[in-house]
Write a protein that binds this ligand. Structure first.
Ligand code: SF4
Ligand code: SF4
Length: 70
C-alpha cells in the first residue's frame, strides 16, 4: 500500500520549492508552474508515495490518496 507519513523529504529535496507538505492537515501541495520535473521528489520518497503521471503532455504528480486519508 502506498503510504505517506508526512516526513517532508520531498519538500526538502525539491530544488524549486514546488512542494509543500502540510503535516497537520495531512495534505500535499504541488505547484506545477514551479516544478522543473527533475523527479528528485520521486526518488526521495522512501514510501514510493509520489509517482509521475504517465501522460507527459500534461505533467504532474500524484501522491497516494490513501496516504492522506485520516
Ligand atoms: S510524499 Fe513521500 S517524501 Fe513526501 S512527505 Fe510523503 S512520505 Fe515523505
Ligand atoms: S519533480 Fe518537481 S516537485 Fe519534484 S523535486 Fe523536481 S521540481 Fe520539485
Amino acid at each position: 500500500m502506498v503510504k505517506c507519513d508526512q516526513c517532508q523529504d520531498c519538500e526538502r529535496t525539491c530544488p524549486s520549492a514546488a512542494i509543500t507538505v502540510h503535516v497537520e492537515e495531512k495534505t500535499f501541495e504541488w505547484e506545477p508552474f514551479k516544478c522543473i520535473y527533475c523527479h528528485a521528489c520521486v526518488r526521495a520518497c522512501m514510501h514510493r508515495a509520489i509517482e509521475p503521471k504517465a501522460n507527459v503532455s500534461s505533467p504532474g504528480y500524484k501522491v497516494g490518496k490513501k496516504a492522506f486519508k485520516a
